[in-house]
Design a protein around this ligand. Structure first.
Ligand SMILES: Cc1cc2nc3c(=O)[nH]c(=O)nc-3n(C[C@H](O)[C@H](O)[C@H](O)COP(=O)(O)OP(=O)(O)OC[C@H]3O[C@@H](n4cnc5c(N)ncnc54)[C@H](O)[C@@H]3O)c2cc1C
Length: 591
């Protein structure tokens, strides 16, 4: 049985030593002192390890089942969902007007990590509801908000996002689901959506589907897409439930992982839907919640790697194989534990340095979202828009890579289901695909985000790194191990950006290098996070903090990232500089 313990100390370190949340001039942040966040994270960790984690394997083994149109979730899910609702975990950052607790998004993110690490498939029911809540909150009418949000905040009703159709996922302009006006403000929605997470299940009284569809007679392609609320059961004005709507689950998909989450084919047969926002502006409404949703998926990536890592460490300490080449560490036993071997250490350090850097990057992103929303800070909004495809794609690519690396520590036992490592690999895999496949995230970064507002935000990012390096150059302890590698990596990234600008006449040059650029930027972001964390840890040590072992470990882990991971930017730059010719050399028929 795999283990999971919430890394509460690391979470607190990011919130307080790195982000210094309680000192920020953002409404609600003044309440985030160490005691408060510590108590919340501790409790979230307890729920995660005691309630959700034991159900992770159950969900994987049992999966969801459909009988006569009813989808049953795995044993124990219903009760655990009730516990999440009773504990107020579904409502943390939601508006108090609708029953939420009004806490900052960064606090919600800090509590989410343990839940996602413990049981990703289970947490998606709540995660999708949160996404649907945010969309209605941002774009719905007052009447829609009053009608739907209180029950969604409490998760008595859950939510879904319906974009994908059999013939279109990335290219949503090809969408066929149609909406016909009933003349009374409502629409008849007809069509088929596929792969809809949490589309049907037995844990909520109602399901509020957010559905993209084309209003007949509207513009062609993506410009003709509108967004609708389609409840499973019609909702009366007093929020009581009415008749069943014309939406039904056609089947649930058999899939590689996240078995505990029902992935549904949803059939809409003249179902009654209500427009959210303006006609034909559905994509704009969807994009409002993208930063949040994609940050949530990035979190899934590193949260799965965290869980897998914890198990790999335990295994490496217990499994006896071979001897330490510098002298036996377990002379009375038949062999030394795996953890003595440098190659196992390399593997574990790769995982550890990624996960801790990724946590800092994600929480920083959540802090930027708070700053953008609560302070109406356009620079923070621009910066998080730039970072969103990187958070989503880099953290899920690497999350999967390191979940696999943790499996490797187990040797053949990692491949055997009994040990639970294959589930981490299988579950982590989907995060690279949904919410916009990672290749498309890289295109978004290079094709759209770099040039956003005339390139202002990417310039601000480079300036931020430059300023940090300049301000700390006199700090000998930081310079060689942290600032110099960060400077070199940042230079590589700028050179890649320059290459794209100078070769813009041939778009295949940029498009062939976009994936490398996204990874490069991910490395630079984690490098920046590590340099800042090292500084924070050094300052805490200088101030006489008692937990010297934790802080010194933090610095040593950061040193590893800077020395062994960050140089990857040079390889990515070398690839980008070769342009698109070798990538596009073959005719399609030659593959
Ligand atoms: C388990 C699961 C849960 C899901 N949950 C939901 C959900 O809740 N709601 C929902 O609406 N959808 C959901 N999806 C769908 C998911 O978001 C899509 O599968 C995903 O967006 C990719 O779309 P596609 O599968 O049609 O692939 P395609 O769009 O056909 O893309 C195939 C590949 O081609 C690449 N590609 C496409 N276009 C380009 C281009 N222009 N340039 C370069 N490369 C390109 C993509 O990166 C991808 O690798 C889910 C999928 C799964 C498997």
């Amino acid at each position: 049985m795999p283990i999971y313990n919430a890394p509460t100390k690391d979470i607190q370190f990011v919130l307080h030593d790195l982000l210094k949340v309680s000192e920020q001039d953002i409404a609600g942040f003044e309440d985030l002192d160490r005691d408060f966040t510590g108590a919340v994270v501790e409790e979230a960790g307890k729920v995660a390890s005691e309630v959700l984690h034991p159900l992770n394997v159950v969900g994987d083994k049992e999966g969801c089942e459909m009988e006569n149109g009813v989808v049953r979730t795995p044993t124990g899910f219903k009760e655990a969902f009730q516990q999440m609702k009773d504990g107020g975990w579904t409502a943390m950052d939601c508006d108090p007007e609708y029953g939420g607790q009004g806490l900052p998004y960064v606090m919600h993110t800090a509590a989410q990590e343990p839940f996602v690490s413990a049981n990703m498939a289970f947490n998606m029911y709540q995660g999708l509801t949160h996404g649907a809540y945010s969309t209605i909150y941002a774009h719905g009418s007052d009447a829609q908000k009053q009608k739907y949000l209180p029950k969604m905040v409490s998760c008595e009703w859950t939510g879904t996002m319906n974009l994908t159709e059999p013939h279109c996922g990335t290219d949503l302009g090809l969408m066929r689901t149609k909406a016909v006006s009933n003349g009374d403000g409502s629409y008849k929605i007809s069509g088929q959506k596929i792969f809809i997470s949490a589309g049907e299940h037995d844990m909520a009284d109602n399901i509020i589907h957010l559905v993209l569809a084309k209003i007949q007679g509207g513009p062609e392609g993506i410009k003709g897409v509108s967004l609708f609320i389609v409840p499973k059961f019609m909702v009366n004005d007093d929020s009581s439930l009415g008749a069943r709507n014309g939406v039904a689950c056609g089947k649930i998909e058999e899939k590689m992982g996240i078995h505990g989450n029902a992935t549904c084919v949803m059939n809409y047969d003249e179902a009654t839907g209500y427009l959210i926002g303006e006609e034909h502006k559905g994509m704009r409404a969807m994009f409002t919640m993208m930063n949040e949703a994609r940050l949530g998926v990035g979190l899934q990536g590193y949260a799965q790697a965290e869980s897998a890592y914890q198990n790999a460490v335990a295994y490496a300490n217990n499994r006896l194989q071979g001897r330490d080449v510098t002298g036996a560490k377990n002379p009375d036993g038949p062999a030394d534990p795996l953890i003595v071997h440098p190659d196992i250490r390399r593997n574990l350090m790769d995982q550890k340095s990624f996960v801790e850097g990724a946590r800092a990057f994600t929480f920083w992103g959540a802090y930027l979202i708070d700053r953008a929303h609560k302070n109406h800070d356009a620079d923070a909004d621009g910066l998080i828009s730039l970072m969103t495809p990187v958070i989503k794609a880099f953290l899920t690519d690497k999350g999967f890579e390191y979940a696999t690396a943790a499996q490797q520590v187990y040797g053949g036992h990692g491949y055997i289901e009994e040990w639970g490592m294959s589930q981490y690999v299988r579950d982590a895999r989907i995060a690279m695909i949904y919410e916009g496949a990672n290749g498309v995230q890289a295109l978004d970064l290079v094709g759209r985000k770099l040039a956003l507002d005339g390139g202002k935000h990417v310039m601000a990012f480079f300036e931020m790194i430059k300023t940090f390096i300049k301000e700390n150059e006199g700090n000998e302890a930081l310079k060689k191990d942290f600032l110099d590698p960060l400077k070199a990596a940042s230079k590589d990234l700028q050179a890649a950006g320059m290459y794209f600008m100078q070769n813009a006449t041939k778009p295949n040059n940029a498009l062939s290098g976009s994936y490398d650029f996204m990874h490069m930027m991910g490395h630079v972001c984690l490098g920046l996070m590590w340099a800042r964390m090292a500084k924070a840890a050094m300052e805490a040590l200088d101030a006489g903090a008692s937990d010297t072992e934790f802080l010194e470990t933090k610095i040593a882990t950061g040193r590893y990232y800077m020395a062994r991971q960050l140089p990857a930017t040079a390889m990515h730059l070398a690839r980008i500089n070769t342009g698109g010719d070798t990538v596009m050399a073959l005719e399609a028929a030659n593959f």
